[in-house]
Structures are given as C-alpha cells and as structure tokens.
Design a protein around this ligand. Structure first.
Ligand SMILES: Nc1ncnc2c1ncn2[C@@H]1O[C@H](COP(=O)(O)O)[C@@H](OP(=O)(O)O)[C@H]1O
Ligand SMILES: [Mg+2]
Length: 287
C-alpha cells in the first residue's frame, strides 16, 4: 500500500480526527489535575503524555495494523528500533502532547499532533488544540479545514498580510537561547508574541492572529513529531515552512531532530525573510 488513493486518504483522516478528539477529551479531563512530572533530557514528561501516546498508538494500530504502517511517537521512539520506520513507506508521526511545559503551567497552549508521512514528507495531518476546542486537519493537495466538535469542518486560510510592519511573529516561550534572542531583536518584524507549542503557534497563523513563526535550535532541536503535522496544516492553508536555507524538513531520518533555523510564514515574503534570518545569524556569529 505505497500509494494511497484519495478515498483511502479521506478514510485515514476520518480515523485520525476521531482519535484526535478522543485525545483532547483525555487531556481536558486532566489538564488541571496534579500530575506527576518526570524530567527527561528532552524536557518534562507527565502521565498525560504517556497516556495519550498509548491511546493514539493503540487506536491507530487497532484500526490500521502494523503491516502497512510504521509508527514514530514521542514517547516510544527511544525504545523502538529505527529500522522498521526507516524501511516503511508510510509512517505515522505522533506527538501526544506538544507544549508539555505550557500544559503543566496551565496556559492552555498545548496541542496533539498526528501526521502520516509518505517517504519523508507529510500527506495527512491533524492538529488538535483541546483548550480552544478546535481541530485542524489537512491532506496533501486537499486544503486545510478547522472543526469544532459536532460542527461541520470549514476551510481555513492564512492571512495575506505582506507588509513587514503589519506582521506578527510567534515564538517559543521556553526555548530561547542568547543567539535566538538576538535574532529576534534584529529581525525586521518587531511585533512578537510568545506562544506555547508548535501546533499552537501554527494555529495562531491559521487563525490570522500571527503571520510568522521563527525557531532556532540550541543544544536541542525540535523533533519530527513537533513539526510534521503543523507543517502540513500550514502549507495546505497557503503558508510555508522551511529551514532558513529554503529547504522543507525531511522527516523520518535516523536523526529525528530538525537542527538549525526554521521559518513558518503566511507565504508572503518567505524567501526574503529566510535570507534576512541567515544574514543576521551570520553577523551574530561574527562570520
Ligand atoms: N529549540 C528547540 N529545541 C528543542 N525542542 C524544541 C525547540 N523548539 C521547540 N521544541 C519542542 O517543541 C515543542 C513545543 O515547544 P515550545 O512550546 O517551546 O515551542 C516542545 O515539545 P514537547 O512539549 O512535545 O515535548 C519542545 O520540546
Ligand atoms: Mg512536541
């Protein structure tokens, strides 16, 4: 099953949406509970991360099996050998709780990401923002839709703002090193806002509350499950997401970190702003 037909993709997206809403229900029930927090090298992990990871994985595998698909999830990737996901043409990529720090801190800025890759690129994506009771979904070439529970989905598009003075950047609240702070200070767009979770930041661009998302790795970097689903809901709504050199991320490689700088935008001025980010970083690094 290397090539999915449009109807098969629609069946898969229906399954992923159902599981996305189920994940939101679990997270909303425990979002104000006193959860045990474990610190790991990749940041905090709560019982909610592991419960939703298992919920999504079990439900996808119950519906779809392991024959045609591999599964890469934030909470299981360390214990799973990589050869299976590297060999399979279709790979589900799952972040059960994106923005764990914000989830713990009660800001409501967290999301659930479910993406399906064909090769190294996303072809289906679901991003759920439980606190906002919104689910975004996209298929490659099929556009992006937003739905509220029990309401018909509606197409959604990024803003068309193209003047730098009118644009707003969203950036991470917690992943900021000196180099990134300097980049933000010198960036030609100066309306800037901190938002938790990558899915939450891309949702802010879809809701036209923001136009750009800028990120820079430090000692750690965002991972495939942070980016794959948000990327597709953005690009199918008219936006772009690339490394600063203009290349889109290649997912499901041996190293699942996406190192360097990333720019997500409403598609206006994308190349110019990537070039600016590269130039500013060069000056910061004294090149
Ligand atoms: N520069 C960076 N380095 C490491 N992880 C990053 C990162 N930027 C974003 N992330 C990851 O992306 C998610 C959202 O982060 P943020 O809210 O700071 O934007 C977090 O994942 P999880 O919450 O899924 O573990 C975080 O680990
Ligand atoms: Mg994440």
């Amino acid at each position: 099953m290397n090539h999915l037909h449009a109807t098969e993709l629609q069946e898969l997206v229906a399954i992923a949406r159902r599981i996305g809403w189920g994940s939101a229900d679990i997270l909303l029930k425990v979002q104000h509970a006193d959860l045990a927090i474990q610190d790991s090298a990749d940041g905090p992990v709560t019982a909610a991360d592991t419960a939703v990871d298992a919920y999504i994985l079990n439900n996808l595998q119950a519906s779809l099996g392991k024959q045609d698909f591999a599964y890469l999830t934030e909470e299981t990737y360390k214990t799973q050998p990589s050869h299976e996901r590297l060999a399979k043409p279709l790979v589900w990529v799952i972040d059960p709780l994106d923005g764990t720090k914000d989830f713990i801190n009660g800001t409501g800025e967290y999301a659930v990401h479910i993406a399906l890759l064909a090769g190294n690129r996303p072809i289906l994506a679901v991003v759920v923002c439980p606190a906002a009771e919104r689910l975004y979904f996209a298929t490659l070439g099929g556009g992006t839709f937003v739905e509220h529970q029990h309401e018909a989905p509606k197409p959604i598009y990024v803003s068309q703002r193209n003047r730098l003075g009118e644009m707003t950047i969203v950036a991470s609240r917690s992943h900021r090193n000196d180099r990134f702070v300097q980049l933000l200070q010198q960036f030609p767009v100066q309306q800037q806002r901190s938002v938790g979770s990558v899915g939450g930041k891309i949702a802010a661009i879809l809701e036209q509350q923001a136009d750009l998302y800028l990120s820079l790795s430090g000692t750690s970097a965002p991972k495939d499950w942070d980016l794959a689903a948000p990327e597709l809901i953005l690009t199918e709504a008219g936006g772009q997401l690339t490394h600063f050199d203009g290349t889109p991320p290649r997912y499901n490689q041996e190293d699942v970190s996406q190192w360097g700088g990333l720019l997500a935008s409403n598609g206006q001025c994308h190349d110019v702003l990537c070039a600016e980010a590269t130039r500013i970083l060069g000056a910061i690094d004294g090149e």
